[in-house]
Design a protein around this ligand. Sequence first.
Ligand code: DLL
Length: 425
Amino acid sequence: MPRKELETLQLTRLKHLVDYCMNNVPFYHKRLTEAGVTADKIKCLSDIQYIPYTTKADLRDNYPYGLFAVPLKDIVRIHASSGTTGNPTVVGYTRNDINNWSDCVARFCTAVGVTDEDVAQISFGYGLFTGALGLHYGLEKIGCSVIPISSGNTQKQAKILKDFGASVLVSTPSYAMYMSEVAHEMGITNDDIKLRIGLFGSEGCTDALRDKIEKGFGLFSTDNYGMSELMGPGVSGECEHRCGLHIAEDHFLPEIINSQTGEVLPRGEKGELVITTLTKEGIPMLRYRTKDISRLHYDTCKCGRTHVRMEKVQGRSDDMLKIRGVNVFPSQIEDVMAHIDGISPHYELILTRKNYTDNLEVRIEINDVSLLESFSELERLQKEAAFKLKTVLGIQAKVTLVPPRTIQRYEGKAKRIIDKRNEEE
Ligand code: DLL
């Protein structure tokens, strides 16, 4: 669609969205009224700047269903991702939302050459995470034969990949890398497998890792991006030229802002990506602050698509970590620790990568030195902390208890995260 036509469509959808939010979500009604914004006030796309931002904290404060715009009767699916503290971020989809979602995913898969001849192995974990079911529906829409193997049990993954003749692999890039090494250890060579395309996302991937995966599996590796609050995968994806990820702009209106001041930045500048969902019915998002850092390119791509391209995500403006594809906030860990007697609020998170798999170690001070004399008490505390962390984070962490006052203190902002993951690559 020519950009002019696209922008007209976006404006019509934006005005409708403002009305829709005003009439169906009390939270937005209040926000928009306070800001003096009505659909009539939106005369051009840049008038979006008068609409207040929405943040993850707004979802948390309205947990679980407070931002839904329709009754649960009209919701056909619920997903969730990590919140900053105890409660997850909950999202709901109407039947139309699921249809649009499958379309968006089908689009980026098609843009890299996936067809109905393909057999796609989905190695994302099925569950509340949006990755697996999002890709599943999109690939089925194209007509692929989908293998919903889910994540884990890597030897079995490698065997199925070979035996079922999978031509498309869906996973995080780090898991793909690990799987290729396991496959080779099992004696499976690239001649034994039919893989041709990798649809990788949910976490960043350096060029070095991309090259290694391509060599390891003999496939063409592509990047796609999304987040639960906006839909899941399908917000953007690379085309065969891999020069940025095309955003599905008929469904998502992107902006780049200065994350410190909230000011909208001119086209082409780097900053925090903010997205407004133009068609979502279940839980529409007005100017959602993704906290992901990127840059937008509006010139037409070699592939002919007019949809804007976002650069690969270059980091976050907050402290969220992606560990084995799961969002982890240090504040969640702090929250867990605060509720365990015998543990102090001083901790350090150490991230390492072995066999392309992330490992998290949480080092925490005990608050009473006499505990060091009781092995059984220490073991009990350590088990309790590990169990509670697993429950909240959804991933296993190694807990190491250390004596009081052994973790460094900071006068300014504490440096609690020691990320050594890129040292392996
Ligand atoms: O990770 C959705 C998704 C699933 C996208 C599968 C692609 C494939 P969340 O769990 O809510 O949703 O995590 C969203 O993950 O804000 C980014 O920080 C990060 N992220 C997602 N895709 C990419 C990517 C899914 N391609 C958060 N590159 C986002 C870098 C990514 N980071």
